[in-house]
Design a protein around this ligand. Structure first.
Ligand code: UD1
Ligand code: CA
Length: 460
């Protein structure tokens, strides 16, 4: 049966145990909030619409995620999951299939949800995602009859001793027919241990109507786990990272320790990439073939060309790095940096908004910002572009084949023309002409017969 799909995401719960002023569903896993993960998966199912029921935290949830085109519905009081779904019903067409997801269960796989929805048919207007847990405590239990047909769900707080021993639990995720759902929700009451309108009571209503309730399971337990506290948040974060690590290794990446990589965004890799421990990738990062990233690096929104080596403790953000480069250890590459091929950036070097052409080297303790550096340039240790006059930033231009001696200050705006040599320790404020030696340095003097001061003898 082919019908349109509408998805309802329940996200109004308080999340008291997070002990945070931030609504629970806005806490992150990887680069995005719990709710964004759920919306992303929901969207991949190509639904007609996605309705998010929010409540606790008021407008902060829809305002924070306003860029996502979903329908927002407020549940003013949290009167239970059934009441939450009721708030979304005006946005749902009777002819649609409906999938109910939880905003705090972030890692359910697309295949699992597709399978769940595919079990809906005229005999089964309701299908539940269930799981068998060694410790089912806290969850609603799936009650089946002697023919293993689902009869109802009992919540932990309403269950008798026998029911508490049932290992099959309700994950909360379910699919049903829109029209049936509307009818069942109408009949819910709150006569139970928690005084709530339980969505789970629709199961018994479906059975009363003479219909069967189908069920499906996820392949992995983490797919159905929700977040109620910081321990669960951390454990799902680790699971999410482990999933990415496995995916990267499947693509051929060498991870020196798959437990010690964090991807907070999208990491695209070509062949023969090697990543050492404690590396963090944020935003969109692309590593071309043969790239090596050593330990303790942070790369955010960078593209790295083939066979470049990023040495330990390097921090790069919003930069484009060519091939065969060597960066770090301890380098800081700041936004709007472009390095062409075979560029060497060494330890304790900071580069900002600079374009550096092929084969140039800045190997030690330098700051190069707002600069345009040509090919085959060698910038000596401790060189600084003085790009800021306290009010404005100015450009330093360095031509091809320039050699800048150590400990020089290039006071921008200034140009070092092609082939120029700057003597060590110079402060350059005017154009350094091509092919000449330019230096500005106080004369060296030596005082003959000079006596070092000596300590006065102590008075006794
Ligand atoms: C619910 C199920 C239980 C299942 C468990 C799985 C019911 C009655 N019980 O229990 O069978 O085993 O989930 O975790 O459905 N929410 C709202 N508005 C509300 C109440 C809840 O939006 O008024 C949202 C929450 O934000 C959360 C989800 O619904 O995303 C589940 O709510 P929660 O309070 O965690 O339900 P449980 O009592 O744990
Ligand atoms: Ca819960």
């Amino acid at each position: 049966m082919k019908t349109d799909l509408s998805i309802i995401i329940l996200a109004a719960g308080k999340g008291t145990r997070m002990r945070s002023s931030l609504p629970k569903v806005l806490h992150p896993i990887g680069h995005q909030s719990l709710l964004e993960h759920v919306i992303e998966t929901a969207r991949a199912l190509n639904p007609k619409n996605i309705v998010v029921v929010y409540g606790h935290g008021g407008e902060l949830v829809p305002t924070t995620l306003e860029h996502l085109s979903v329908d927002w519905v407020e549940q003013k009081e949290q009167l239970g999951t059934g009441h939450a779904v009721e708030q979304a019903l005006p946005k749902i067409s009777h002819n649609d299939s409906v999938l109910v997801l939880y905003g705090d269960v972030p890692l359910t796989r697309l295949a699992t949800l597709n399978n769940l929805v595919s079990k809906l048919d005229s005999e089964h207007p309701l299908t539940l995602l269930t799981a068998n847990l060694s410790d089912p405590s806290g969850y609603g239990r799936i009650v089946r009859n002697d023919n293993a047909e689902i009869q109802c769900i009992v919540e932990q707080k309403d269950a008798n001793m026998e029911q508490l021993h049932i290992g099959e639990i309700n994950t909360g995720i379910l699919a049903c027919h829109g029209e049936s759902l509307t009818g069942w929700i109408d009949q819910l009451d709150n006569k139970n241990a928690q005084g709530e309108f339980y969505l789970t009571d629709i199961v018994a209503l479906c059975v009363e109507e003479g219909h069967q309730v189908a069920s499906a399971q996820a392949d992995h337990e983490w797919e159905i786990l929700g977040v109620n506290n910081k321990m669960q948040l951390a454990s799902l974060e680790r699971q999410y990272q482990q999933n990415i690590a496995l995916d990267l290794m499947t693509q051929g990446v060498t991870l020196r320790d798959p437990m010690r990589i964090d991807v907070r965004g999208k990491l695209e890799v070509d062949t023969d990439v090697v990543i050492d421990v404690n590396t963090i990738f944020e935003g969109d990062v692309k590593l071309a073939s043969g790239v090596q990233v050593q330990a303790n690096c942070i790369l955010k929104n960078v593209t790295v060309g083939a066979n470049t080596i990023v040495k330990a403790f390097t921090h790069m953000e919003n930069a484009i790095i060519g091939k065969d480069c060597s960066i770090g250890p301890y380098a800081r590459i700041r936004p709007e940096t472009v390095l062409l091929d075979d560029v060497h950036i060494g330890n304790f070097v900071e580069i900002k908004k600079a374009h550096i052409a092929d084969h140039s080297k800045i190997n030690h303790l330098s700051y190069v910002g707002d600069a345009n550096v040509g090919k085959n340039v060698n910038i000596g240790a401790g060189t600084i572009t003085c790009n800021y006059d306290g009010a404005n930033k100015h450009l330093t231009k360095i031509g091809d084949n320039v050699f800048v001696g150590s400990d020089s200050q290039l006071v921008a705006p200034v140009e070092i023309e092609a082939g120029a040599t700057i003597g060590a320790g110079s402060t350059i404020t005017k154009t350094a002409p091509a092919e000449q030696l330019t230096l500005s340095r106080s004369k060296q003097v030596s005082i003959a017969n000079w006596q070092r001061p000596v300590k006065k003898p102590k008075q006794s």
